[in-house]
Design a protein around this ligand. Structure first.
Ligand code: A3P
Length: 300
């Protein structure tokens, strides 16, 4: 089942978040040292939050045994700013402040675009996002809503109707900004993280201004961060197997399969053809035809 949603500034905003999204958009004052983990839902937000937290706080938690990620869900350590804005929650008092956001780039507050703070965006193959989202939203459905059949959910997805959709403009918005301002926006891919987490952890740390020293590299700090944040480790932690993140959202719903190409188990040939066509339309005709996003998004 899908939440009720508002069309706000050309994207579908869940009604439960609209208030926070508006406050964020209008009032948020970014600091130079702020870091934003930005994503379309189900693209690997939880994973990138864990990695980012582990990188920027590594001096405080040099022993892995008592690391906060072992006892907190990554969304508790790096909360969604749309929810913080709404709830009058406790704001981080130490710098850098790290926030998660699903807000599309054009709707971010001006202060973020105008100051030197950093954005890391994680993108994922739209086929896998659909499967992950369909199962996730089915799990957190409210009792009053009937679950959507996969065909119904797919039809909506193809029309861009999904939380923070359309997904294509979300991806394209951050992609373009990462090309225009490579020091401001780092565009990451879930599939690349799966291929070589160590390489990406190093890249993220450098981008954020927290590069690893030679000594850290020798001591395998990069490898230990990748391992701590890996799907297998995180999924099996007690904190992520039980408990609620929000009243209707279990911690465990953020850890399902953690693989690429699980979509092949759900898509019919006609669904595959339809989504491929939509991607051709949305990404193929633009000035990104020769860009890496096309190669990436088509390399399913
Ligand atoms: P699947 O449903 O395909 O398994 P988000 O965090 O943006 O909500 O995305 C959730 C997706 O990321 C889910 O995908 C989830 O299993 C996967 N995921 C969560 N933690 C992960 C990790 N540490 N490594 C790899 N994938 C992870």
């Amino acid at each position: 089942a899908f939440h009720s949603m508002y069309l706000f500034q050309e994207f579908w905003c869940p009604s439960t978040l609209i208030e926070g999204v508006k406050i964020f958009h209008k009032q948020f004052q970014a600091k130079e040292s702020d870091i934003f983990v930005a994503s379309f839902p189900k693209s690997g937000t939880t994973w990138l939050k864990a990695i980012t937290f582990a990188i920027v706080n590594r001096q405080s938690f040099s022993s892995i045994d008592n690391h906060p990620l072992l006892t907190s869900n990554p969304h508790q350590l790096i909360p969604f700013i749309e929810i913080m804005c709404r709830d009058d929650a406790d704001w981080p008092s130490t710098e850098p402040r790290v926030f998660g956001t699903h807000t599309p780039l054009p709707s971010l507050p001006n202060s973020i675009m105008e100051c030197n703070c950093k954005i890391i965006y994680i993108c994922r193959n739209p086929f896998d996002i659909f499967v992950s989202a369909w199962i996730f939203f089915d799990n957190i459905k409210q009792e009053s809503l009937t679950p959507l059949k996969i065909e119904e959910a797919f039809e909506m997805y193809c029309n861009g109707i999904i939380e923070f959709g359309p997904w294509w403009s979300h991806m394209v918005g951050y992609w373009k900004e990462s090309l225009a301002k490579p020091d401001k926006v780092l565009f990451l891919k879930y599939e690349d993280l799966k291929d070589d987490a160590n390489f990406q952890v190093k890249r993220i740390a450098e981008f954020l201004g927290f590069p690893f020293t030679q000594e850290e590299e020798n001591n395998q700090v990069i490898e230990s961060i990748s391992k701590l944040c890996s799907f297998e480790e995180m999924k099996n932690l007690e904190v992520n197997k039980s408990g609620l993140l929000f009243p209707s959202v279990e911690n465990k719903s953020f850890f399902r399969k953690g693989e690429s190409r699980d979509w092949v188990n759900y898509f019919s040939p006609s669904m595959t053809e339809k989504l491929s066509q939509i991607m051709e339309e949305k990404f193929g005709e633009s000035e990104m035809t020769t860009g890496r996003i096309k190669q990436y998004l088509f390399a399913i």
